[in-house]
Write a protein that binds this ligand. Structure first.
Ligand SMILES: Cc1ncc(C[n+]2csc(CCOP(=O)(O)OP(=O)(O)O)c2C)c(N)n1
Ligand code: SF4
Length: 531
């Protein structure tokens, strides 16, 4: 088969396509977005489900449904998306899978474009399911085939964990001959997906029984390797996922003098880890993200234990992503890797694009709020979060997707006035609707500004499910029609915009204001495509 130059995300997508997948479900989020974007561009994917879901929970549940029907499927998200999907994700470990079910989660250590740093391997361990963590783009591709097989062999979902550098860097990937999709086939046991307590207890027992099998699979996994032959036994190295790549980069093709255990499939293959521990005077654990393996190995600190070095004892930083330089230093090698970053690419804070509609919306909101001082605007996550920066200084919170509306509600419940929520249109579809329903139910005194730029701007301009329906949705949920106000955020409309903000702040109840103007970047792209 031909070789392709693919991002890690794209390699996983291509692998899933070649491995006979029938449906992709995802909500955008860096660094996972390119998985779905690749599939949406792919001719091979025609006829396969590949539209964006409202959020990660709906994506995960739809994937479980497709698995129920016997087909291979994958849910994709960024790490914080797995928090949103955690309920169906955890329960899917109990229901198990019918058709192969993969959950691809891209973590963002160092928080390049995320509100926190978390390690999805903990979720996989928590759910007690197998985890695959590719160390390069070829493994991203191969793991799609392998993951589906593993999922169907044990009838469990399988977590694939990527990290930013792998998701977003390119390498040659050799393809295999594509295989056809599964036929429709409902589960043999029609109670399989019925998590009533009496059934769920049995399911949990079954999941517990499978744990040993999962360890055996890890021990013979083509993605794990155990190189025990090295002469220098002062150190044994365990590296996981991408860290294996960094280790090899440090030695630049030369022989690594220490025994190395490469872990790209979990749960940990205990026997081989013990063997390494017994052989060597100390261990160095290189893992991207949190010290999951290191903590497991350290357990309780019994006296006489051999030294185990890693992120917990300061050999490596406790936070942030790894790189070959950090790995070299942890090995006691000189700190000579890489060239300094040129000044031109440093110190450039993100800002709203020139002409961004959010900019006009914020300037008018600031004007309307002058008499109240600062501390009234609960924001959310999207391009509009940049309204935090000067010259706007317009917002006071950013916690998780959807939190703007519910935080404004909580503040309003306490008597805080005015309480304004600012939320993007895609974020509103993702997780704003239920918060709005809470406000309507309690007749909360809030003004909710839904910034409608017709796209999911922050992640590169994807479609979203509530497009063209915002007023209808708000009215349908119970917002009074006269308190659903729409304006076009342009400088020339400034007095009208300020007036609308002021009127709705003065109204004691739930108001929705929709500033509507397309994102200038998507507009530019459309014009370019139209030639
Ligand atoms: C749970 C979760 N999923 C996905 C993301 C990634 N993400 C951040 S903001 C955003 C949506 C932004 O779109 P929108 O609300 O329309 O605002 P815009 O960027 O267009 O201004 C997404 C998908 C995230 N931070 N958290
Ligand atoms: S991408 Fe669009 S929404 Fe985001 S800052 Fe630029 S113009 Fe505004």
């Amino acid at each position: 088969m031909d070789a392709l130059m693919l991002l890690g995300d794209e390699a996983l997508a291509q692998g899933a396509l070649d491995a006979g997948i029938s449906g992709f479900y995802a909500y955008p989020g860096t660094p996972s977005t390119e998985i779905m974007e690749y599939v949406q561009r792919s001719k091979q994917a025609e006829g396969i489900h590949r539209t964006w879901s409202s959020n990660e929970k709906t994506a995960m549940e739809s994937a479980i449904g497709m698995s129920f029907a016997g087909k291979r499927t994958m849910a994709m998200m960024k790490h914080v998306g797995l928090n949103v999907a955690a309920d169906p994700f955890m329960n899917s470990a109990f229901t198990g899978a019918n058709g192969g079910l993969l959950v691809a989660v891209a973590d963002d250590p160092s928080m390049h474009s995320s509100q926190n740093e978390q390690d999805s391997r903990f979720y996989g361990k928590f759910a007690m399911i197998p985890i695959l963590e590719p160390s390069n783009q070829q493994e991203c591709y191969d793991m799609a085939f392998y993951g589906f097989e593993l999922s169907e062999k044990y009838k469990v979902p399988v977590l694939i964990r990527l990290t930013t550098r792998l998701s977003h860097s390119r390498a040659g990937v050799v393809r295999r001959a594509p295989i056809s999709q599964n036929g429709l086939k409902t589960p043999d046991d029609l109670f399989q997906f019925m998590l009533l307590p009496a059934i769920a207890r049995k399911k949990y027992q079954h999941l517990i029984e499978l744990q040993n099998d999962f360890v055996c699979e890890s021990a013979k996994s083509p993605f794990n390797s155990f190189q025990f032959e090295a002469k220098d036994l002062s150190k044994g190295i365990i590296c996981t996922g991408l860290a294996y790549n960094y280790l090899n980069e440090v030695f630049q093709g030369k022989e690594i003098p220490y025994p190395v255990v490469k872990i790209c499939q979990y749960p940990l293959p205990n026997e081989q880890i013990h063997e390494l521990y017994n052989k060597c005077d100390s261990l160095l654990i290189l893992e991207e993200g949190m010290p999951l393996v290191e903590e497991q190995l350290k357990g309780l600190a019994f006296t006489g234990m051999k030294p185990i070095h890693g992120r917990l004892d300061g050999t490596l930083t406790r936070d942030g992503e790894l790189n070959p330089n950090k790995v070299a230093k942890a090995l006691g090698l000189p700190d000579t890797y890489g060239k300094p970053i040129p000044a031109v690419v440093t110190g450039r804070p993100p800002m709203l694009c020139v002409g961004c509609p959010h900019s006009d919306s914020y300037l008018a909101l600031n004007e309307a709020l002058t008499e109240y001082g600062r501390g009234h605007v609960f924001s959310d996550i999207g391009c509009y979060t940049l309204g935090f920066m000067p010259p706007y200084n317009a917002i006071n919170s950013c916690v998780d997707m959807g939190a703007s509306i519910t935080m404004a509600k909580g503040a309003a419940d306490s008597g805080h006035f005015p309480a304004i929520a600012v939320i993007g249109d895609s974020t509103f579809a993702h997780s704003g609707l239920t918060g709005l329903l809470d406000c309507i139910f309690d007749k909360s005194n809030v003004v909710i500004v839904i910034l409608d730029n017709s796209t999911t701007g922050m992640t590169g301009g994807q479609d979203y499910t509530a497009f063209g329906k915002l007023e209808d949705i708000c009215a349908g949920l119970g917002v009074e029609k006269e308190h659903i106000r729409v304006f076009v955020p342009f400088k020339k409309n400034f007095p009208e915009m300020v007036q609308i903000y002021k009127e709705e702040i003065a109204y004691n109840g739930v108001s929705v204001i929709i500033p509507r103007r397309e994102c200038v970047q998507t507009l530019k792209r459309k014009h370019k495509m139209e030639g």
